[in-house]
Design a protein around this ligand. Sequence first.
Ligand code: SAM
Ligand code: SF4
Length: 321
Amino acid sequence: MQDNYNRRIDYMRISVTDRCNLRCFYCMPEEGVCKMDHRDVLRYEEIIRVVREGARLGISRIRLTGGEPLVRPGIEGLIRSIRSVEGIKEISLTTNGQLLKDMAADLKQAGLDRVNISLDSLVPEKYKEITKGGNLKRVLESICVCIETGLKPVKINVVIMKGVNDDEIEDLAKLARMLPISVRFIELMPIGHTLQRYEDHYISMDSVMKRLPGLVPVDKVQGGGPAVNYRLPGAIGTVGFIGALSHNFCHRCNRIRLTADGKIKPCLHSDLEVDLRPALREGKGELGDALVRAIELKPQRHSMDNAGGIEGSRDMYQIGG
Ligand code: SAM
Ligand code: SF4
């Protein structure tokens, strides 16, 4: 379906849970994590109904995210069911990679096409500090297993932050020299509680690119998305840059987001939400009409740059990135 600004909306990101086995400091508050009531979280049958209705409106690509999607039991079954929905051509997953190594083969078998793995540091102690307890070795093993399993292209999401991991830009990019992966540097976004720390840690994508001389532009990497992609001389993989603030890409935005508690967010950086639960649970109105309304509400562009963020809104773990 086209939105009011002639953008074709064919991609839905589904947050299956707000729970997570890590606590990355830019995503989740350290204390006072506000957890959704289990009764509010959509059941898998409800998610499938949304996917079916979405597919009828032209959604052909699905990404599962969270919180950490792999902590929700039965995720393979959800993938299998989504796979069987007519019109769905691709299923991908965003994960922190802590549990992925042992699940990759089953996920692939269930119908998962590819993964994005978040990794902000190659220094074990720093990784542990950023994520509040994460195990770097497990992520690196997961990356290798995914390559072997054929969940490709494997993409690595790096949120780059001044004074935290900006000393590792070259090392992180080097991963794409040796491995057939796409390493994507992402600008820190002022979302939820991150607003307070954003000024201290934000770095623009131009500053990151300057640190990587010799970048050669490449054609679209499979799966598209907002990244602008390059190859370093002699590299097998690619490096990408996602500058949501410095290089606005709203004019080619193709997505809507379903939160774990059943709200459609037409834009990541806006508090606008359309609640699907009345249609899903109480028979109030048609599910398809609610989805159409959400797409019609999609703003022309986000307001992060002129409002300095969206105070009081959800944190990233409650949206899915
Ligand atoms: N737990 C999974 C993971 O970490 O990949 C999926 C959910 S996480 C919310 C999705 C993505 O959002 C991750 O790549 C994470 O690094 C990114 N993210 C979280 N907070 C962010 C922020 N304030 N700015 C930019 N990216 C952020
Ligand atoms: Fe959890 Fe992912 Fe957020 Fe880190 S970025 S706290 S792994 S949801």
